[in-house]
Write a protein that binds this ligand. Structure first.
Ligand SMILES: [Zn+2]
Ligand SMILES: [Zn+2]
Ligand SMILES: [Zn+2]
Length: 489
């Protein structure tokens, strides 16, 4: 009864806030313009302050802007968070950017002006999509397309318990959304420390994997002039270009999706993406990745009295060749971009937040036992002297993983920076609003913007504004979709 009344009062308040926002038409229009320029971000940064544009040649102040003239005295800028669960509009923009970065690397191999072989013919460098998984850290509940979760050892339907008295089997048929999927059959048997240390080492493991790939390429390459090819020589002939995206599995460990391409090397133009030699095909790339993955390891700090522990890739290594064409560029780009906007909490529920959520605090659900045990393990290891260099204390919310979700080798494709510059240039070229403080004239003269800004807040002023921003965002997306489908002129 009380809740209904509260909801009623709150709805009234939100409606009141929404009406107040549109009461002054001019102020509303300016506010809506801000929301649009912030990409309909759901938790924009509110900036207060001023900016002055100074022509450095003449010393003249050409433009001055102050947020005091804006509705509410603040300027809204996008939060630019890549995480879908934090800000869907900003994540959507990031995903689009990521798609371009990933897809560009697929088609570059198909000849975009850089990769011609000198005779005008197009070249397609060997390209594969590989998934590097983590090894097993103990039996976990699994969704098996309607099949039984875990039979007991020896194929028996049931029977057998671990030293903690818990069954080694589970005859349930789990749905993929079942919260139990990924949880260990016995949380005390599971190697939780091993999982955390694997997550913490996966960046280094990949770095070493790349080194091992070159060693493997040298070992597997055909002899040149009757002599085997050395590692230094192979680096003068071949280059591994890649983009990788880290994804959390439900059990709480990271695996990597890697789009790997084998390029040739032009000593006169090291930045060019050139054709790989004819002997360096997709089979060589696949074999080199397999060999490297099987051999590489990273020593782990000694914890809980375990000695000689190392982090290695799991035995499951999936490598698929990718044909370098537009269709596959779109497909692979979309596949990787989807993972690039996922967060650890999309896979593992009940983790502590890395930063407090915007707006109203959500319902705090009960934390699953194994997730609580994992976060406890990260905190416990963080206090150990042997683990100090891993700085685990700062990475409790990512279960020890410290790297970037998305990263690429230098010459893989377009960078995010290049995309941002292109977008900025586009905005300058399409400048229509006198209120855009970032808009500059583009007549070649040197200018600096002298800004004095402070963050006045995060998110919208109230729930009413936030609802309006959502409505505007939806209208914007619908209009774009209609345009895409050719429904508008
Ligand atoms: Zn945002
Ligand atoms: Zn189960
Ligand atoms: Zn046990």
């Amino acid at each position: 009864m009380r809740t209904t009344l509260q909801t009623h009062v709150r709805t009234q308040t939100v409606l009141g806030q929404m009406i107040t926002r549109v009461a002054d038409e001019d102020a509303y229009r300016r506010w809506a313009g801000q929301v649009e320029r912030a990409g309909h971000c759901v938790r924009p940064i509110q900036l207060a302050g001023s900016a002055t544009t100074v022509n450095t040649q003449t010393g003249e102040v050409e433009a001055a802007y102050s947020s005091s003239g804006e509705p509410g005295g603040v300027l809204l800028v996008a939060c630019k968070d890549r995480r879908e669960s934090v800000c869907p509009p900003c994540a959507s923009r990031y995903r689009a950017d990521a798609w371009h970065v990933f897809a560009a690397g697929v088609t570059v191999a198909n000849g975009d002006g850089h990769s011609h072989d000198g005779h005008g013919a197009r070249v397609a460098n060997p390209l594969v999509l590989a998934t590097f998984t983590a090894p097993s850290f103990g039996r976990v509940h699994a969704a098996r397309d309607g099949g039984v979760c875990r039979m007991s050892r020896g194929g028996k339907r049931a029977g057998g318990v671990c030293e903690h008295g818990r069954p080694l089997w589970c005859l349930a048929r789990h749905d993929a959304r079942d919260g139990l999927v990924g949880a260990p059959l016995c949380v005390d048997c599971a190697d939780l420390a091993g999982m955390v240390l694997f997550n913490a080492s996966v960046g280094e493991l990949w770095r070493r994997t790349v080194i091992y790939v070159y060693r493997a390429l040298a070992a597997l390459a055909p002899a040149v002039g009757g002599r085997p090819v050395g590692v230094r020589q192979i680096r003068e002939l071949l280059r591994l270009s890649y983009v990788k995206v880290a994804e959390f599995q439900k059990r709480g460990v990271v695996h990597l999706h890697v789009l790997a391409r084998l390029d040739g090397v032009n000593p006169d133009d090291p930045d060019a993406v050139t054709a790989a030699p004819a002997w360096a095909g997709v089979e060589l790339l696949t074999a080199a990745l397999q060999r490297a993955a099987a051999r590489v390891s990273v020593e782990l700090p000694v914890v809980d009295g375990r000695t000689a522990a190392v982090a290695r890739w799991g035995r499951q290594l999936d490598i698929r060749p990718v044909q370098a064409d537009e269709v596959n560029a779109a497909r692979v780009g979309g596949y990787l971009a989807k993972y690039a906007t996922k967060t650890v909490s999309d896979s593992v529920s009940g983790l502590p937040a890395s930063r407090p959520p915007a707006g109203e605090a959500g319902e705090i659900g009960t934390v699953p036992e194994h997730v609580a045990a994992l976060t406890d393990t990260v905190r416990r290891l963080a206090r150990l002297a042997t683990c100090r260099s891993l700085r685990l204390g700062r990475h409790v919310h990512t279960l020890g993983f410290r790297g970037h979700v998305t990263s690429k080798s230098r010459r893989y494709s377009t960078t995010f920076t290049a995309l941002r510059q292109a977008r900025r240039a586009w905005r300058l070229a399409n400048r229509t609003r006198e209120h855009d403080p970032w808009a500059q004239q583009d007549d070649g003269a040197e200018r600096v913007i002298v800004g004095d800004w402070r963050i006045a807040g995060v998110g919208y002023r109230n729930l009413g504004d936030r609802v309006w921003a959502e409505v505007l965002g939806r209208e914007h997306r619908q209009a774009r979709e209609a345009q895409r489908l050719g429904l508008t002129a």
